[in-house]
Design a binder for this molecule. Structure first.
Ligand code: ADP
Ligand code: MG
Length: 351
């Protein structure tokens, strides 16, 4: 990128050296030329493509935005700060975060309204999905993370059975600003919804800052503003989990969000059966899907539904997608077969 200020400084230096050697006329031409260069640089910066990435929320967030770089750079910084603030209350690993404290103590008297909002919407998704999505699955997720997959089948079943009574979003009581777990030992994970929420929030900051063409990607959860320059829709490419160089599908998106849940990146065991998406009803890692991509109006919903459909599997998952307005999806099953919802083709970009 050619920046406005450095060019200006350089041209001024040129002017001084030329002036001392050749006198006024050359200096005058140099100033005219410098102005010309500055004007060109300004025009270029009007069409600048900025791409910035930061490691946050246990993944990478990327923001791509088009516009005048001097104007959009600080807005992008503010969008990243917003994501950092969300991580600041929604993390279950950071001892200062409200979600962490809630998991430790089972209650928060004066909770951040944003945390309450996320939990309430997560609980709505539980109702929508027949409890395939449930943030209270965390005690069981922890069992698997700690190596349950290494234990004999009988012991796995016993340990899961002992903790299943702690799973159920209806055992979270929200009353005004307070959040209470009804059973001791309950805990939540927001990994299936908070990233999507953060993408939406970052997008709002960009919009409020006047950005009219941008894409926010939080570890594969993506939302966009407007079109690319030349009025092109944003193209989102899904790679083949078995061969990263191969593309499984390309989606053209305008005004919607896309989120993907895939177990291929986060297996705990070498047999690749135990992973981080758990069926809250059985307590076992969901089987049947390799990857689920959901298109929805906002990224929070797309994120949560991708996890839910992954748990529900192909048949029930597609049935759920078809029931919901404005939601489409693509599922890759264990046999590497690809399934689409009825309206998915409107987003497909082809070759
Ligand atoms: P990724 O993090 O790879 O994008 P997901 O969006 O599907 O994948 O989120 C997985 C995370 O969601 C897990 O790490 C865990 O925190 C949480 N989770 C796992 N199973 C469920 C479930 N059935 N319902 C709600 N959240 C879940
Ligand atoms: Mg996700």
């Amino acid at each position: 990128m050619i920046k406005h200020i450095p060019l200006h400084v350089r041209s001024k230096e040129d002017h001084q050296t030329l002036n001392s050697r050749f006198g006024f006329p050359v200096a005058f031409i140099a100033v005219i030329m410098a102005l010309f260069v500055v004007v060109i640089a300004r025009q270029e910066s009007d069409h600048a493509r900025l791409s910035r990435a930061r490691q946050m929320m246990d993944t990478y967030f990327t923001i791509i935005a088009y516009g005048d770089s001097a104007e959009i750079e600080p807005v992008i910084d503010r969008a990243f700060s917003r994501i950092a603030a969300i991580e600041g209350f929604a993390s279950i690993y950071d001892s200062g975060a409200e979600a962490f404290i809630l998991n430790q103590t089972g209650k928060i008297a004066e909770a951040d309204p944003e945390l309450i909002g996320i939990i309430e919407r997560a609980n709505n998704v539980s109702h929508l999905t027949d409890s395939a999505f449930d943030i209270t699955v965390n005690p069981i997720l922890k069992l698997w993370k700690l190596g349950l997959w290494q234990k004999p089948d009988v012991q796995q079943a016993q340990e899961i059975k002992a903790l299943l009574p702690l799973v159920g979003s209806d055992m979270i009581t929200i009353d005004g600003k307070s959040i209470n777990f009804q059973r001791e030992g309950m805990s939540i994970c927001l990994g299936g919804i908070a990233k999507g929420y953060a993408v939406d929030a970052a997008l709002s900051v960009l919009k409020a800052g006047g950005v009219t063409s941008a894409l926010v990607n939080g570890g594969g959860d993506i939302a966009v503003i407007g079109l690319k320059p030349e009025y092109e829709p944003w193209l989102i490419e899904m790679e083949n989990p078995d061969d990263r160089l191969e593309k499984l599908a390309s989606f053209k998106v305008v005004g919607v969000a896309v989120a993907t849940s895939g177990n291929y990146e986060r297996y705990f065991d070498p047999q690749k059966k135990a992973h981080h998406i758990i069926d809250p009803r059985s307590g076992f890692p969901a089987q049947g899907c390799i990857s689920v991509s959901i298109i929805a109006e906002n990224c929070e919903m797309a994120d949560a539904l991708a996890t839910a459909v992954f748990v529900l599997g192909v048949d029930d998952g597609l049935a759920l997608i078809e029931r919901l307005d404005g939601v489409e999806g693509m599922i890759v099953d264990e046999a590497r077969e690809i399934h689409h919802s009825g309206g998915m083709s409107q987003y497909e970009a082809g070759e």
